[in-house]
Design a protein around this ligand. Sequence first.
Ligand code: MG
Length: 367
Amino acid sequence: MKIMRIAVYRVDLPLREGTYSWSSGKSITTYDSTIVRMETDAGLIGYGEVCPLGPAYLPAYAAGVRSGLGELAPHLLGQDPRQIGVIHRVMDERLKGHAYVKSALDMACWDLLGQAAGVPVSTLLGGCQGAAVKVYRAISQDTPERMVERVALYRAEGFRHFQIKVGGDPDLDIARIRAVAARLEPGEVLVADANTSWLSHQAARVVHAIDDIDLYLEQPCQDYGACLDIRRRTRRPFILDESIDGITALLRAHRDQAMDVVNIKLSKVGGLHVARQMRDLCVAMGIAMTIEDSGGGDIATAAIAHLAHSTPEALRFSASDVNGYITVRLADDGPYHDRGWMKAPAAPGLGVTVRPDALGKPVFVVR
Ligand code: MG
């Protein structure tokens, strides 16, 4: 099987809440998502999707995805999309770094491999474990009162796992955490995610002030060493996200005992190929995981669902239904959360049928 044509689309996906805010005043109103449609000489079509959370969250941006795809896509023409190791070697030879760009192409190749094999991607990744995957709901940064209201709203929709966005003024963040924690119900999970934005002294104040609360702390500081220092100053379980951008960082953090949970975002590490390697290492090392991505619609959510659902339940801290934050559907059969849970699609490949009218005209095509 050979790749004959790659079309790249831009799709704007407006956010359900109108805006989404996180650390240091960053916010977006729309996911600027990039979709790859990969056609083969066998008549099979694969889809991939990458959507950075604006240009200031990770070292990735939407126009960069499309620019990088312009660089890489021509080199994949004529390649067999089922040979995913070869695909990654070719991509790494042709473009250094830019894992997020490669993630879109990787995802389309997994879609094609699954279709060619007649099995869902979850089967290729080890097979579904358990009936469904618990998904968390991120609570956009706001006043403590409004964040409490948002938690109540999503609790009513079935969510039991909340990740509140802090990483602002430390005193206000302490108030946010205390307000939400005070109204939690038995069995609910609370994560306070600073998204790299506290300085060390600020993080030290916050972790001391909330030391009596049963919660998880996520990525307090930008610098890995600063996170490690805060990790050693707190009794609370600790999550790393932005600092863990690949296998080397994961192994270093494991050696340092720097985290209890790691967040694996597909586009942060280069797609399912590398995310799966990291997932398997985490299983071997006993590190719990959140399987997610920085944004996107039904295609990205399907890829997340396949990796998450094929991860052993005991190691599966949570997952993200990124399409639960938007108002637009790209595929009617994409996985969608049901009372805070989602399932990997059962059809071959990613198992999503992209709506013919969802993508519009391509930004560019290589053939
Ligand atoms: Mg995070």
